[in-house]
Design a protein around this ligand. Sequence first.
Ligand code: PMP
Ligand code: GLU
Length: 400
Amino acid sequence: MKPLSTIAENVKESSTLAMDTLYKKMKADGIDVLGFAAGEPDFPTPDNIKMAGVSAIVNNATKYTPATGILQLKEAICHRLLEDCNVHYEPSQIVVSSGAKHCLYIILRTLIDPGDEVIIPTPAWVSYNEMAQMVGATPVLIPCPEEDHFKLTPEKLEAAITDQTKCILFNNPSNPTGMVYTKEELIVLTDVCVKHDLYIIADEIYYKLLYDGAQITSIASLGEAVKEHTILVNGVSKSYAMTGWRIGYLAADTKVTKVIARYLSHSTGNPSSPAQTASVEALIGTQDTVETMREAFEERRNYMVERMNQMPGISCLKPQGAFYVMMNISKLIGKTMYGQTINNADEFGDLFLKKGLVCIVPCTGFGAPEFLRWSYATSMDNIKRGMDRLEEFLIGAGIE
Ligand code: PMP
Ligand code: GLU
């Protein structure tokens, strides 16, 4: 048999999905394990959105639609982007696809020729690096340490740019760090991108999940030059607890959306039609449910961060957005716990799962091998039990 594609063979499994699958399997096997791996809201999709999906099916909105989505949904997206992000787009500048993940992939497919470089500030969501490689790009990772609040600086960005740099993959608020860039920080970073004529892929999927009164500055709102260079990515998964409906969208100049539309017309075709109708309701219906979920996340974050920072050997920053906490285990590297030397986050994660019966995501694949990510998109009760187990696990291993 001839070999499979080398590019495809080299793609690594998504560690977030792998950990979540492992957790679900252990649970199904009757093991009393607690899961903090999945980055998805534990809330059900709000009723008004569910009912819109049901009536779409009943009313036969179950056929092919244009490959880039129905006009009504594009209009709803334009409305929401104007209201929430202060950016004006026309429906012709919107592409709807099967999740923000697919939007990111299709954008990279559209921008990249072999050998192009894609800048990724790390820690970054595990799929960025893999996707860049899947389209034949060279990922250029810029480590952004905890002491900089995991944020990219203009100096580091400038130093990473070469003649081959095509774009930057920029996530704000960030998965996994939960950090949120201020408007001033974004202005200096986007100035560098515009100066070097880079595309800015701005993944703002967590834009509604902000805490302590933090405000989102959408990158596309920073003036015409920045907007021209920006391909905005968002979706309904996180804001409306709609992860399984698979609707994401992008907004960009029509030069970009036209090419993406052609590509989609030969690959996925349209995203699910009933899910598109449900998403219209999500975007134009009441936004009160989003606020209720956001408040719950904020309370859970406060509890988790406070508990974690009282425990021996570990620490975390207080995130201002998304629903993740980055647990720093650098003080535990080289220590022996339960007869095993801990060399990195993967080993800690394995041991914690086996001995502590808690499933979290080691951030090696996110470019942060001394960190593990906890999702607090789960009930307060689970979080309390998870923190208790963490404390017992550390104290039981003699960590002081
Ligand atoms: N971007 C980031 C940073 C994410 O964490 C996720 C979560 N899966 C996505 C994009 C994709 O979301 P979805 O495909 O569910 O719209
Ligand atoms: N984005 C979420 C996470 O980081 C969902 C899983 C995934 O698609 O990676 O956990």
